[in-house]
Design a protein around this ligand. Sequence first.
Ligand SMILES: *Cc1c(COP(=O)(O)O)cnc(C)c1O
Length: 337
Amino acid sequence: MHLSRFPRVRLAHLPTPLEPMERLSGVLGVDLWIKRDDCTGLSTGGNKTRKLEFLMGEALAQGADMVMTQGATQTNHGRQTAAAAARLGLKCHLLLEDRTGYNNASYNHNGNVLLDHLHGATTEKFPGGHDMAAEMERAAERKRAGGHNVYVIPGGGSTPTGALGYVNGAMELVSQANDAGIRIDRVVHATGSSGTQAGLVTGLCAMNAGIPVLGIGTRAPQPKQEQMVYDLACRTAGHLGCAGVVRREDIVADTGYVGDGYGLPTDSGTEAIRMFAELEGILLDPCYSAKGAAGLIDLARKGAFAGERVVFLHTGGAAALGGYDFAFDHTDRWVSL
Ligand SMILES: *Cc1c(COP(=O)(O)O)cnc(C)c1O
């Protein structure tokens, strides 16, 4: 795989660290490591930065002066896109869908929304269930009519171009493991719009790494989630010139940790946030990484990873915590000694 054939801008601090989680491993009885893609460096980091290196590379190659993307109100992808656009001197417009129904100030104005605005992006709100892709096309056409060259990024940056960021992530992970002499038996991470898992699996399959990937779902039911990832993996492999390397059985998603729906915190996710924060000093977010970690923790407790060394790919998201303060009861931390 020859990724330097594709346009790319450097936005991320790479390689991200690959570290053992000793205290969490001790509690769960599994050898757990973490790949710190929450430390990609752009506006508090996260998995979208790797995708944006290739998406923004393509945008610049096409002469864009404006980017547009869409997501939930607390989209991490939108915040990283806004930061990348700021860095490259492009305008950025974000279409935000109210997928949770939360009307409190934290969710609607703090966390990622605050950061979007600090990076100079403009935002526009739409009700849940709205056809966001069609809305974004309409908005882009209006801006094009006004003379802008708009590069439209689908939700989550999950296109074959964006997924190249995680083909690169797969190459980085395997070379880190090889250099350090660490055998990796499995990678577990939160999956949503599918570009992370699709890119990772495509890269691992193309290298014949023999490392299975388990995506923990955050929105769609299992058949739909796996099909989305598989379709994008096939398109990504085609884009790379290695069509056919990914088999259907290479795509595995467990969607048992979504809870009541996308962006709605769960008890197991809140427990995962507390465990990572208190045992490892690592922050997760309620929407994605906490649900991924909840799957990791539950499956570890059930013995699903017996004898394995498992790498949790931390996809970021902690910037959303300020938008979810209401989800945590921490009054018992105020004490008088
Ligand atoms: C977007 C996101 C994911 C999901 O990644 P996809 O590539 O959309 O599947 C996971 N974690 C965080 C924190 C995210 O922002």
